[in-house]
Design a protein around this ligand. Structure first.
Ligand SMILES: NC(=O)c1ccc[n+]([C@@H]2O[C@H](COP(=O)([O-])OP(=O)(O)OC[C@H]3O[C@@H](n4cnc5c(N)ncnc54)[C@H](OP(=O)(O)O)[C@@H]3O)[C@@H](O)[C@H]2O)c1
Length: 501
């Protein structure tokens, strides 16, 4: 049959397609009036796995950095748990959207395994409480180099909070943390009967063609199959999901994995990060081997932005935090008019066992907010006059920095993937300045608690942050931080150790 051949177009199938996907608003309204099953998006049974993002435990969640970490995690749709010493105070500060656990790092019996259940990462912002020396009132203000301050003292033992407390926490976390696993989105080997609630045929009938396909469950597999025809200038058959409501947040993952058995043809996987029907589709072509099961990994960064079969060079990469739909297609065309070299008109079939979001690179499971200066007390040649108060007053403050360093060592030896952040002096400044990082513990300066909260969250998201310990301050001029670059420029702890052998 030639491309130009005309065949009888099927209005019924065209109508079925536009109503299934609610393409035309008018149809949508009409359908809502007369079809109780289609009354609302949310009344559809969900045949896909829609969960919140990873579960994160924040320790020291009532503190200056901790409460900011919690706020940002909640805004980013994470499932957040918080360890607090006082539940009532915790609720006042953190509100209702966070599951609170009452506990004290220095009292192991209060640290329950349940608080780690299902948790993929811990952000630890706790620190020994430092307060003005008892009886030190505003009328007895002290000045140091013109700056007003109160003589500080520690309210608790730094050895207990920073070291023994860290031992208690890390022991519990390493025993009970949940490894980050792949997220199965569609498991057709454990079938639900309502596959047709989510997936529907979308063939070239919408453009006047006569190809016909469908998706059905057979022997614990989904089969995308049918007949593709180039008549009436057509040449594609596909199945697409209705829009996910709400869109899937897959930003914790690297890409999509398909387990398929095909017929030797080349197919396309297409996904979208817009709710509109006809927006940019992000495409990836994959070859199948005749009657042989294959695992196809599609990194998000390898998806090609395409609008109506033409590539869109200026388009942004897929925003994996809002994935609205997925589609499998057999098309005569690749992109920009080139032909699919493995295309043949006629019958076809692709078996799909599952579709999941996958991860291959480990990410940090434990982020510790420590402090710049932890290795400085007792360092030969140090000019104390130039050092921040915590270094100068380490002894008066119960060896706070020394015990923080011991706490860091506990984390580094735990076997967990970790990131240790050592901020310079913390301020209430907005986090609108780029961050500057260094290793070797010589950095001086200051940094906003907001910026540290964001840095801690980036550290659980980016694999480049794993097993790195570093100091951080903010630059003087406002600007953006390139997080990937920031972490990539740092040396891993094990690499440093190897260098020392
Ligand atoms: N201040 C600075 O300039 C500076 C500089 C560099 C690094 N740091 C370090 O950065 C981290 C965050 O600073 P921040 O200003 O957010 O501290 P913060 O406001 O004092 O908060 C400390 C948090 O730790 C909790 N905590 C203390 N002892 C605990 C225990 N035994 N068990 C459980 N939780 C406990 C506190 O709970 P409660 O609310 O119950 O007291 C509070 O939530 C700290 O480790 C701090 O030492 C500070």
């Amino acid at each position: 049959m030639s491309n130009q051949q005309r065949s009888r177009w099927d209005l019924g199938r065209f109508w079925q397609t536009v109503t299934y996907f609610e393409i035309i608003p008018l149809v949508n309204c009409w359908q809502k009036l007369f079809s109780p099953r289609a009354a609302s998006h949310n009344s559809r049974p969900q045949t896909y796995n829609q969960q919140a993002k990873m579960k994160i435990l924040v320790v020291g969640a009532t503190g200056g950095v901790g409460k900011r970490v919690v706020k940002r995690l909640v805004e980013q749709n994470y499932d957040v748990m918080a360890l607090v010493r006082d539940g009532i105070r915790g609720k006042e500060i953190l509100g209702d959207r966070v599951k609170l656990w009452e506990g004290d790092l220095t009292i192991p019996e209060t640290l329950k395994p349940e608080m780690i259940s299902g948790v993929s990462a811990v952000i630890c912002c706790s620190g020994t409480k430092v307060q003005p020396v008892e009886g030190d009132t505003p009328t007895r203000e002290k000045y140091y180099q013109g700056i007003k301050f109160y003589l500080p003292e520690v309210a608790d033992s730094p050895e207990q909070v920073e070291y023994r407390g860290m031992q208690n926490l890390v022991q519990l976390v390493s025993q009970h943390i949940q490894p980050i696993t792949d997220k199965v989105l569609f498991n057709f080997s454990n079938p639900t009967t309502d596959i047709k609630e989510t997936w529907g045929a979308l063939d070239d009938v919408v453009m006047g063609g006569v190809s016909q396909s469908n998706i059905r469950l057979v022997n614990n597999r989904a089969i995308f199959g049918g007949i593709v025809s180039t008549d009436n200038n057509g040449g594609f058959a596909s199945v697409r999901t209705r829009n996910f409501q709400p869109p899937l947040d897959l930003s914790d993952f690297e890409g999509i994995e398909l387990r398929v058995k095909g017929d030797g043809k080349r197919y396309k996987f297409i996904t979208r990060c817009e709710g509109k029907w006809d927006g940019i589709g992000y495409c990836y072509s994959f070859d199948t081997v005749y009657n042989f099961p294959t695992t196809i990994r599609i990194p998000f960064r390898c998806l090609i932005p395409v609008f109506r079969a033409k590539t869109v060079a200026e388009a942004e990469q897929l925003d994996a935090s809002k994935v609205y739909s997925m589609q499998l297609m057999l098309s005569k065309f690749e992109y920009d008019g080139t032909l699919n070299p493995k295309f043949e008109a006629g019958s076809f079939g692709l078996e799909i066992e599952y579709i999941k979001a996958y991860n291959t690179k480990p990410k940090s499971q434990f982020v510790l907010i420590s402090s710049a200066g932890v290795t400085r007390p007792g360092r030969p040649g140090l000019n104390l006059e130039e050092e921040p108060p915590a270094v100068r007053m380490n002894e008066q403050l119960g060896g706070i920095l020394t015990w923080k360093l011991r706490g860091e060592e506990v984390v580094q030896a735990s076997g967990l993937n970790y990131t240790i952040i050592r901020p310079c002096a913390l301020t209430e400044n907005p986090g609108d300045k780029p961050l500057y990082v260094e290793q070797g513990d010589n950095l001086k300066g200051q940094v906003g608690r907001d910026a540290i909260a964001e840095l801690a969250i980036q550290a659980i998201q980016l694999p480049e942050a794993v097993n790195k310990t570093f100091e951080v301050k903010e630059e003087s001029q406002p600007g953006e931080t390139n997080w990937q670059k920031l972490f990539s420029g740092l040396t891993k702890n094990e690499d440093e150790d190897e260098g020392n052998i």
